[in-house]
Design a protein around this ligand. Structure first.
Ligand SMILES: *Cc1c(COP(=O)(O)O)cnc(C)c1O
Length: 227
């Protein structure tokens, strides 16, 4: 099983190398561990994986506790919808939040965080009603407002492509997010260096890499045939 994990890690690594634009640095790979237990996470860690992504506060807390002995070598990413009342439970234990999708969440983080939290603003690039996140044309106003929130460090933008998008459409959505990121970075908002992009999951991370992402969030591709 660990052997299969190793094979999958190698496949992901090779796929990244094959799609990386010339001159780009390799993106940080977040292993989305929401479907696996601590045993598998320890195997991943032993194979060199240091970034874990979770999407449920209670599951994250349980794993965080059970992996306490290796915790200082792990970066924890919270990638899912975060309810306002759950913020205080996890905000001081995570290293990155990928899903800052509304102002009320920012407000609660400002109230509960002891140190600035690395956040990605989630952007709804496709404009689908069902998707959470800020509309692209609301970003500038949002960032202006967030300048007063010194417990947020906006390190980048995050998105998810619609599940029914074609390869070509996914390219367009990801290219668009990258352009938005550069625009925000160049606007020099306070508390928003915005140098990073979080996009690409098991189905579409090769496209995200080719469009210059700096973080990918991959679950299924790690655990295929390994459990
Ligand atoms: C589950 C999840 C992922 C990983 O999805 P896979 O298809 O398993 O790679 C990435 N991002 C978010 C927000 C998720 O919820």
């Amino acid at each position: 099983m660990k052997q299969t994990l190793k094979t999958n890690i190698n496949v992901i690594q090779e796929t990244i190398e094959n799609h990386l634009p010339a001159g780009n640095e390799e993106p940080t790979v977040v292993a989305v561990t929401k479907t696996v237990d601590e045993k598998t996470m320890r195997d991943l860690h032993a194979l060199g994986v240091k970034h874990f992504g979770e999407n449920r506060p209670d599951v994250f807390l349980k794993k965080y506790e059970n992996l306490a002995d290796i915790n200082d070598e792990i970066q924890w990413h919270f990638i899912g919808n975060l309810q306002t009342r759950q913020v205080k439970k996890i905000i001081n234990d995570i290293d990155y939040l990928h899903s800052l999708d509304r102002l009320s969440l920012a407000k609660e983080i400002q109230k509960r965080a002891e140190q600035p939290v690395n956040c990605f603003i989630q952007v709804n690039v496709s404009g689908e009603d069902s998707k959470s996140g800020f509309q692209p044309d609301a970003l500038a106003d949002t960032l202006k407002e967030l300048e007063a929130y010194d417990k947020l460090n906006i390190i980048g933008l995050m998105t998810m492509a619609p599940i029914d998008a074609s390869q070509e459409e996914i390219h367009e959505y990801f290219r668009f997010l990258k352009e938005l990121q550069v625009e925000v970075e160049q606007s020099n908002f306070t508390n928003a260096p915005c140098t990073e992009v979080s996009m690409g999951m098991s189905q579409d991370y090769p496209i995200a890499v080719s469009e210059g992402t700096t973080f990918i969030r991959v679950g299924t591709a790690f655990f295929k045939d390994a459990l």
